[in-house]
Ligand binder design. Structure first.
Ligand code: NI
Length: 171
């Protein structure tokens, strides 16, 4: 089932998500729905808070359905220590901020560990776009959107434009 994606301003997006206690059938259904919702959007990643579920789950597929092995589902993810602390700045968007993008600084490489769709431990190293997606989705689980990482006028401009769209009932 494709679920509606919450937009910036909805309280569900701006609160930290809770750990999943057990990977039950309900969680697997949530993951399947999130994958369908991500592909339908289309997007390269989706976190559970974006569909109104305050749990630490995200899905990522940087191939957007082209390469089945690229599909990642992560439950209770955390970053492992990584020797490479280089950063990279690139344009980034979010399904909860349709029509907006900004240049965001991220670590170039990350290692994420957590549980897979079947509750088994997994550890995945990401570089480039995958590293960016991991950090973006992890932010969602902590109630942070990319716009929250911007400073000054860049952030103000986006927030003002969203406020105007909301006033005109277009958000
Ligand atoms: Ni996002």
């Amino acid at each position: 089932m494709i679920r509606p994606i919450l937009k910036y301003g909805d309280s569900g997006l701006h609160a930290p998500a809770a750990p999943v206690k057990a990977v039950t059938e309900e969680i697997q259904t949530l993951i399947d729905d999130m994958i369908k919702t991500m592909y339908a959007a289309p997007g390269v990643g989706l976190a559970a808070p974006q569909v109104g579920v305050g749990l630490r789950v995200f899905v990522i597929d940087i191939s957007v359905g082209e390469t089945p092995t690229e599909l990642i589902a992560m439950v209770n993810p955390s970053f492992e220590t990584c020797n490479d602390d280089a950063s990279i700045t690139e344009e980034e968007g979010c399904l909860s901020l349709p029509g907006f993008s900004a240049v965001v600084e991220r670590r170039k490489q990350v290692v994420v560990s957590g549980l897979d769709r079947n509750g088994r431990p997994q550890k995945i190293e990401g570089e480039g776009l995958l590293a960016r997606a991991f950090q973006h989705e992890m932010d969602h689980l902590n109630g942070t959107l990319f716009v929250d990482r911007l400073r000054g006028i860049k952030r103000e401009l986006i927030i003002r434009r969203i406020a105007k769209l909301r006033r005109n009932r277009k958000w």
